[in-house]
Design a protein around this ligand. Structure first.
Ligand code: C5P
Length: 223
């Protein structure tokens, strides 16, 4: 059978990553976390003293870090200039800075090209998760999913993920999440948006298993 391309978009805390990895593993597909790439470039900017709010400086440096994404759904690795970036890209410092960096067109152009090349190289197909996969990166994807959930559900899930270490109170998590989504939805270049032909799945009242099952069924219908 031909390779199947699945794009999964939506705001943070909707279960995108857990769903995408599980669907890829179940169907024998590769997996790409594009958010990890935006985080990786942001981590590099912060580590190299670049002011993330200076769009000109970010644009000038956009091509500098070498970013390599692993596509194994059971062990999605990411390196920046050969260094394992899996842990440092998840800090609150990176999370707070990533929307500014990802709004810079030069950053988006570079990562979009990288994402298309990775998708084209996946032999059986791939599940790609992000914010603009269905609208911009892979407009011809075979299956497009847009995951949503109430802000309360998303904040509760995000706090659960942070597990004590960095988890603050729920209200603060929710405020940070809503702020990041507003920035991602409001930017000029390929904002967070549902593609016209995407299937919207509201995960507020669903378990992770139910969401996975729903997406697997949609992909199998297209295969
Ligand atoms: O998915 P995750 O929360 O790790 O994404 C981090 C950030 O990367 C998002 O808040 C957004 O600013 C950016 N992003 C993006 N386009 C994508 C994926 C992520 O702008 N396709």
């Amino acid at each position: 059978p031909a390779a199947v391309i699945v794009g999964i978009d939506g705001p943070s805390g909707t279960g995108k990553s857990s769903t995408s990895k599980a669907v890829a593993a179940k169907l024998g597909l590769r997996y790409l976390d594009t958010g990890a790439q935006y985080r990786a470039i942001t981590w590099w900017m912060l580590s190299n003293g670049i002011d993330v709010n200076d769009a000109m400086a970010v644009a000038a440096a956009a091509g500098k870090p070498e970013i390599v994404s692993g596509t194994d759904p059971s062990a999605p690795a990411i390196t920046v200039d050969g260094l394992d970036a899996s842990a440092p890209i998840r800090t609150q410092e990176v999370t707070a800075a990533v929307s500014a960096v990802s709004a810079v067109p030069e950053v988006r152009t570079r990562l979009t090209e990288l994402q298309r090349a990775i998708a084209a190289a996946a032999p059986a197909g791939i599940v790609v998760e992000g914010r603009d996969i269905g609208t911009t990166v892979l407009p011809d994807a075979d299956v497009k999913i847009f995951l949503t959930a109430s802000p309360e559900a998303r904040a509760a899930r995000r706090n659960g993920e942070l597990k004590g270490k960095e988890a603050g109170d729920l209200a603060a998590t929710q405020a940070a999440l809503v702020k990041r989504d507003a920035a991602d939805s409001g930017r000029k270049t390929s904002p967070l948006a549902k593609a016209a032909d995407a299937v919207e799945v509201d995960t507020t009242e669903l378990t992770l298993e139910q969401v996975i099952e729903c997406v697997v069924t949609l992909v199998e219908e297209k295969r």
